[in-house]
Design a protein around this ligand. Structure first.
Ligand code: HEM
Length: 440
């Protein structure tokens, strides 16, 4: 039922990429933007093509901001059909998202908060050499197109050792993700049934019923998705200092790290391994999601109510969960900070995308309620300890018998350095956009 030849591969599959590059583009004119797009369409990976050839070495995705669609020449009547939050763009939604203080768009880098941001091209590459080859090729192509300017770019590389995905704090990542009905993938135990495709791709039945109304013309929106991009700096030195300040022994420090996340750095979930790490469990995809909260850990003695994974997917302790699922994509940037070395001040972090069919229902809800509402789960004065907007005034409760532990005044371990909303059109939509004309 899913149109694999039209849907961009991005949210459907995760290619084996160890390097990436994101380029943020501005079109000086509609003509320039359309010329750039037309020459690139054949390089964009479809869900059907990606993974079908052993020779795959790089995977290309393109997306547009609402301003970008406007500059490409999409008619005003059609632009008005797109949802309000997408039209406004991420920077204008700071109030809803809770991106205040150091996370506020006033401090964002790379032109991401600028109305001149029109498009993104995401390149995932098998390795750094292939990324560099593509960087040169795209640079030459942009120069030849004329009316396109690269506002900024970001190079990403996986952190060694490469045998498991992890981020700069050292947590194993990519453990839990929704499975989309119709892709043929089987959910791992505990992950719930496959989610209807309309939760991620426009034009398909969703968890509510038949396909929701599409922005018109249909050719532009069908098989498209929205993605929220976030560049999140990780303060590794501050994170390690915090663990040392709150744990006397390495074992206690590991436990504090696990309580913040809800999983040990090995990936083992606290619900299943509350007292001691179990690296074999963390590495076992058939077991590492096989848990719930309401029945197995209602008071949070294993996984605190405010831990990152319990907030971002409250599982059986929240309603309407199938309508709030998000697909996460992205990678790490910046050099890893070796253990025992003081912070070198170099920016490092995660630059990631959250993919969905409704930014407001899925991504913005997660930011507004799960991440930054201090009273989520009636916690009173807490935000997501890993990713919430922290300024030293919010706490973290670690339920424990006989006396719970409360960490007062959590520091910020991450800072949002930028973000944007993009629409990832299907391939037919890209072909529709290419021949548009200004003011028609
Ligand atoms: C620097 C910021 C972040 C870090 C270091 C981080 C790290 C992690 C890690 C290590 C996991 C566990 C692995 C897994 O379950 O797949 C995880 C899970 C998750 N994160 Fe984040 N994350 C960050 C930001 C975000 C953001 C911005 C969102 C979405 C708005 C998000 C949503 C999720 C979700 C949905 C899960 C899966 C929870 C589950 O299903 O149990 N995270 N994160």
């Amino acid at each position: 039922m899913l149109d694999f030849d039209d849907i961009q591969h991005f949210l459907m599959s995760r290619p084996p990429a160890r390097a990436a590059r994101y380029e943020f583009l501005s079109f000086r004119s509609g003509v320039g933007g359309r010329a750039w797009l037309t020459g690139l369409i054949d390089k964009v990976g479809t869900a059907g093509a990606v993974g079908s050839s052993l020779l795959d070495a790089r995977w290309v995705t393109v997306g547009f901001t609402w301003n970008g669609l406007q500059t490409l020449g999409v008619a005003e009547a059609s632009l008005a059909n797109f949802p309000e939050e997408f039209r406004q763009g991420m920077a204008a939604r700071a109030g809803v998202l809770g991106t205040a203080g150091a996370n506020h768009p006033d401090h964002w880098v790379g032109g991401l908060a600028s109305p001149n941001l029109h498009a993104i091209v995401v390149l995932f590459a098998r390795d750094v050499a292939e990324r560099e080859r593509c960087r040169g090729e795209h640079g030459r192509y942009v120069a030849q197109c004329g009316g396109v300017e690269v506002l900024s770019s970001l190079d990403l590389e996986a952190i060694p050792p490469f045998d498991y995905a992890h981020e700069h704090f050292g947590y194993r990542d990519r453990l839990s993700q929704p499975v989309i009905e119709g892709t043929g993938m089987e959910p791992t135990p505990g992950s719930g049934p496959p989610i209807k495709p309309g939760e991620f791709f426009l034009g398909y039945p969703d968890e509510e019923g038949p396909a929701a109304a599409l922005p018109q013309p249909e050719i532009l929106s069908r098989n498209g998705s929205y993605v929220a991009y976030l560049r999140m700096q990780e303060h590794v030195g501050a994170f390690r200092d915090f663990l040392r300040a709150h744990g006397e022994t390495p074992e206690q420090q590991e436990l504090i790290a696990a309580k913040l996340m809800g999983r040990w750095r090995s990936g083992a979930p606290l619900v299943l391994a509350p007292d001691k790490d179990d690296p074999k469990l963390g590495a076992d995809s058939q077991r590492s999601n096989d848990f719930n909260y309401a029945k197995m850990d209602p008071h949070g003695y294993g996984c605190p109510l405010g831990a990152h994974i319990r907030r971002m997917n409250p599982r059986d302790t929240a309603t309407n969960m199938n309508r709030r699922k998000m697909i996460r994509r992205g990678g790490t940037y910046g050099p890893p900070l070796p253990e025992g070395v003081p912070d070198d001040g170099i920016e490092r972090g995660i630059a990631a995308f959250v993919g969905c069919a409704s930014l407001v229902r899925q991504f913005e809800f997660a930011m507004n309620v799960w991440t930054n509402d201090p009273n989520f789960h009636e916690l009173g004065n807490e935000r997501d300890p890993i990713f919430g907007t922290q300024d030293g005034t919010f706490d973290m409760t670690i339920p424990k018998r006989p006396i719970r532990k409360k960490i007062i005044g959590l520091p910020a371990f991450t800072t949002i350095r930028g973000g944007a909303y993009f629409f990832l059109p299907g391939i037919k939509a890209l072909r529709y956009l290419g021949p548009l004309r200004d003011g028609v």
